[in-house]
Write a protein that binds this ligand. Structure first.
Ligand code: PMP
Length: 284
């Protein structure tokens, strides 16, 4: 079934949507994106995604083409037009089209594209019941991972390496420590303490991460924000990842080593429940 997508102010069937071959997103990966989940037809953590979008744009000296209210309106309109109950809204802003040159063009106007992906069963995911397996790979990405750019080739390569190894995803390692997953933040649990890497330019500041850590602290769980090694992770009691599209997802195996009894741990399971319940309650 054809979707209605949003391109530069217009709602059009996906077959009719057009972006220039000179678009700098296409030529230079000169663009940023956000992914917001939809549960019960409502947007989860929308304000957080809108705020991070503004920050990513500002870091790249791009103007934000829409106000937060206007972004919300476009998201809601796409959810409604495409009848999304559970799924995702993908948003991308690039610097726009200009004759190819490394320097930023002076007068390009941003290209704005949004589309939906229906994901029935997103919240009641079978993977969350059995957990996922991860492998470790070196983190060879650039030094501004806090900006959510569309340069996603290495994460794609990482997911393919995981697939070839019979796993589901990859955690990236720098100087012996885990930075994050290919498209998610990484956590271990040791003696009921939740450990996840501190914020810096080395990782994306996950919107789900911020919410999950807040809920964990509110539930009196102990949280430590620091780097952890892959060796420490392999002997942890539990591990999990967070992202807008997976919420809280248990990790049951790292580089072929099962964690605990190889089934999702109680902390990850509880955090998933809390996150889904609390986020649905304030969804817009
Ligand atoms: N780290 C990376 C590298 C990611 O790509 C993502 C998701 N896009 C995340 C973390 C999780 O961020 P969020 O919770 O905002 O989806």
């Amino acid at each position: 079934m054809s979707r209605i997508v949003y391109v530069n102010g217009e709602y059009v069937p996906e077959e009719e949507a057009k972006v220039s071959v000179f678009d700098r997103g296409f030529l230079f990966a000169d663009g940023v994106y956000e992914v917001t989940s939809v549960l019960g037809g409502k947007l989860i953590d929308f304000a957080g995604h809108a705020k991070r979008l503004s920050r990513s744009l500002a870091e790249l000296e791009m103007d934000n083409p829409l106000s937060e209210d206007a972004w919300l309106e476009v998201h809601r309109e796409l959810v409604a037009r495409n009848g999304i109950d559970e799924g995702l809204v993908y948003l991308q802003v690039t610097r726009g089209a200009a004759d190819r040159d490394f320097a930023y063009p002076k007068d390009a106007s941003p290209t704005v594209v949004l589309f939906t992906q229906a994901k029935p069963g997103l919240a009641d995911s079978p993977a969350a019941k059995v957990g996922i397996k991860v492998i470790s790979i070196p983190d060879i990405r650039w030094g501004r991972r806090d900006i959510k750019t569309v340069q996603l080739l290495y994460p794609s390569m990482g997911k393919m390496a995981a697939k070839k190894a019979g796993a589901d995803d990859a955690w990236m390692i720098e100087d012996g420590a885990v930075t994050e997953g290919t498209s998610n933040n990484a956590y271990i649990v040791k003696g009921r303490k939740i450990i996840t890497r501190h914020l810096s330019n080395d990782i994306l500041h996950g919107i789900t991460r911020a919410a999950v850590l807040r809920f964990a602290r509110e539930a009196q769980m102990e949280v430590e924000e620091r780097a952890f090694t892959i060796d420490e992770a392999k002997v942890a009691d539990e591990a999990f990842i967070t992202s807008a599209s997976t919420f809280v997802m248990p990790v049951v195996e790292i580089d072929g080593t099962a964690l605990g009894d190889g089934t999702p741990g109680p902390v990850a399971a509880r955090l998933r429940e809390i996150y889904l319940e609390e986020s649905r309650a304030v969804a817009v």
